[in-house]
Ligand binder design. Structure first.
Ligand SMILES: Cc1cc2nc3c(=O)[nH]c(=O)nc-3n(C[C@H](O)[C@H](O)[C@H](O)COP(=O)(O)OP(=O)(O)OC[C@H]3O[C@@H](n4cnc5c(N)ncnc54)[C@H](O)[C@@H]3O)c2cc1C
Ligand code: FES
Length: 281
């Protein structure tokens, strides 16, 4: 059992949990994630380790309540417990001083981008963050990303805040501005967004890393659920990633695989919300 030390609401549907897990807190590196299961009936879900405090013995996750498990997790209070927290999993991202880095985050990807952007800033890079969402209300962690960035750009599809358009439009303008000299792009978000970022940087030959978010079941390389094709080879995102060279990823195949469980996930969420309403009645 792993106790919740604190639970903080960071915005609509966005929660930070600090969980007591001393071994994990000592070992965690930027870019790694954990697999968490709330109770015996629960599914395992992957969440990026947003922060770790070896002295306090805690690891932090920041997540959006998008479906059944993340909604259930967002209702936990200090001293509640989760059954399993496994990690740190995945390969940590190499954090180096390369110069100017553009960190591009879309929607639910921003919580997973945040620890990488912060580590890149701590390493001495000039960090420009581009944060996007469909509409202003869905923008997440803008203050937190601003605090660790040298510049922040915001885009919304409907123009309700920042530039009207996609994060990739903003990125393209920066790449065209030759006075900028961008050395690295790191992107996390929905698959179509990461694919668009890869195609935006490709003609400019700028190294681009993406943190992939395929469906994960065991997180240990055993089930094959997180299979992705990278550079023509089969990779498992949980053990070989989740960070990969964006120009090598087969996004078309990944997008197809990601829709396999959509109906099942929708039913699980509806059943959970129905049960919660009955409990409250
Ligand atoms: C390595 C890794 C790290 C992650 N880190 C974070 C994080 O730090 N913070 C965070 O909020 N989320 C993160 N995610 C996504 C998170 O795991 C999913 O949001 C979660 O599994 C959804 O579970 P659920 O049962 O609540 O929703 P489900 O019922 O499983 O899904 C509901 C809807 O959420 C969306 N969704 C489901 N899975 C994902 C996914 N993997 N990526 C994007 N959208 C998804 C889909 O649109 C789906 O229909 C990460 C995913 C991976 C693979
Ligand atoms: S989640 Fe099972 S192999 Fe990666």
């Amino acid at each position: 059992m792993f106790r919740v030390r604190s639970a903080t609401g960071l915005g609509p549907d966005l929660t930070r949990l600090d969980i007591e897990a001393p071994d994990l807190a000592r070992a965690a590196q930027p870019g790694q994630f954990l697999m968490l299961r709330i109770d015996e009936e629960g599914e395992r879900i992957p969440l990026t380790i947003a922060d770790s405090d070896p002295d306090a013995g805690t690891v932090s996750v920041i997540f959006l309540a998008v479906g059944k498990t993340t909604q259930q997790l967002s209702r936990l209070k200090p001293r509640d417990a989760v059954l399993d927290v496994a990690g740190p999993l995945g390969r940590h991202m190499e954090i180096e001083k390369v110069g100017t880095v553009v960190c591009v985050g879309g929607g639910v990807g921003v919580p997973a981008l945040y620890p990488k952007a912060r580590a890149l800033k701590h390493a001495g890079n000039y960090v420009i963050s581009v944060i996007g969402a469909r509409t202003a209300e869905l923008l997440v962690l803008v203050d937190e990303m601003s605090a660790i960035s040298d510049e922040v750009r915001i885009t919304t599809d409907d123009g309700s805040r920042g530039r009207k358009g996609f994060v990739s439009d903003e990125l393209k303008d920066m790449l065209e501005d030759t006075s900028r000299g961008i050395d690295l792009v790191v992107a996390v978000g929905p698959i179509p967004m990461m694919a668009a970022v890869a195609e935006t940087t490709r003609p400019y030959g700028v190294k681009t890393l993406v943190s992939l978010n395929p469906i994960m079941v065991d997180g240990t390389g055993m089930c094959g659920g997180c299979r992705v094709t990278v550079g023509g080879e089969t990779k498992f995102a949980c053990v070989d990633g989740p960070v990969f060279d964006a120009h090598e990823v087969n996004f078309t195949e990944l997008a197809k695989r990601q829709t396999r469980f959509v109906d099942f996930e929708r039913r699980a969420k509806e059943e959970y919300e129905h049960a919660c309403r009955l409990q409250q009645a």
